[in-house]
Design a protein around this ligand. Structure first.
Ligand code: SF4
Length: 276
């Protein structure tokens, strides 16, 4: 973990959130909008949006139709407009018009889950309360053997055990930058990747043919390494549930590996039957 973090730090020393913002309110709005969209697109929409609704009070009184028109290009515009107005109204009614500063208060806002709260806390408020787990972190953490989980909440828990707390925010941004620039979803550039010597997935085709024994074996190897890491991780200040809980996590990781093994065996059988 330390070696991976060091190489990421060398590669992306200044990784930051790529959503343009001047304050916590801007970043909160931009992160809600960024769901199922790209930061680049959101950055084309937010200047006009922030000019029209410069603070939560203005957004709380927004006309939903007008707001929908302004954010139409970001996708899921009806739901996002509803969440933005609801979020702003809750901030005005319960927090005096100021963006709240705790995880508990942030995830209580409409449209805000842990990922969005972690972005705001880490990048606008300078607090390491958790690890941002977006699509890139969800993809890279298993590839790097840092987790055997697929659920973002469980991936975050694994990363919080492995990464020192003072690095939670910057580590996530470095992983996100690496995912955007090198470790792409379909064609990871393993040949030029600084993490290749440490990565159990280096050179592995990430869109394997169903039933490819080679790919299945290597993927299982990466997952087994993650299961081992998970069981070896020492409880930190965020894991005070004791050794029994740690044993439970190790068992869960091992079971996940067994489940994947069963699935890949079924896929191999199915492919063989198709070929026959
Ligand atoms: S070696 Fe390949 S799979 Fe591993 S992190 Fe680098 S690009 Fe991604």
């Amino acid at each position: 973990m330390a070696a991976i973090a060091a190489r990421l730090a060398d590669a992306w020393p200044n990784a930051v959130v790529e959503l343009d913002h001047d304050n916590a309110y801007h970043l909160l709005v931009a992160t809600i909008l960024a769901a199922q969209s790209t930061d680049k697109l959101i950055n084309t929409v937010t200047p006009a949006l922030f000019a029209r609704y410069p603070d939560p009070t203005a957004l709380a009184h927004a006309d939903q139709g007008e707001l929908e028109a302004m954010i139409f290009s970001t996708g899921f515009y009806r739901m996002k407009a509803k969440h933005l107005i609801g979020m702003a109204q809750r901030i005005v009614e319960q927090h005096g018009g100021e963006v709240p500063t705790t995880m508990e208060q942030l995830v209580d806002l409409p449209g805000v889950a842990r990922k969005t709260a972690n972005v705001v806390l880490g990048s606008a408020l300078g607090k390491n309360e958790g690890v941002v787990v977006d699509t890139h972190v969800s993809r890279l953490a298993p590839r790097l053997g840092l987790t055997a989980q697929t659920d973002p909440i469980k991936i975050e828990q694994d990363l919080m055990r492995l990464v020192p707390r003072d690095q939670w925010s910057i580590f996530a941004h470095r992983v996100i930058w690496h995912g955007r620039r090198v470790c792409h979803a379909k064609k990871p550039d393993c040949e030029h990747c600084t993490l290749a010597p440490l990565c159990p997935s280096a050179g592995l085709a990430h869109e394997p043919e169903p039933g490819s024994n080679k790919s299945s074996r290597r993927r299982l190897g990466a997952l087994a390494a993650a299961a081992k890491l998970s069981s070896a991780a020492k409880p930190s200040t965020n894991n005070r549930r004791g050794p029994a809980a740690s044993r439970g996590q190790a068992t869960q990781a091992t079971q996940t590996t067994k489940t994947v093994k069963t699935k890949t065996t079924k896929a191999a059988r199915s492919a063989k039957e198709k070929r026959a």
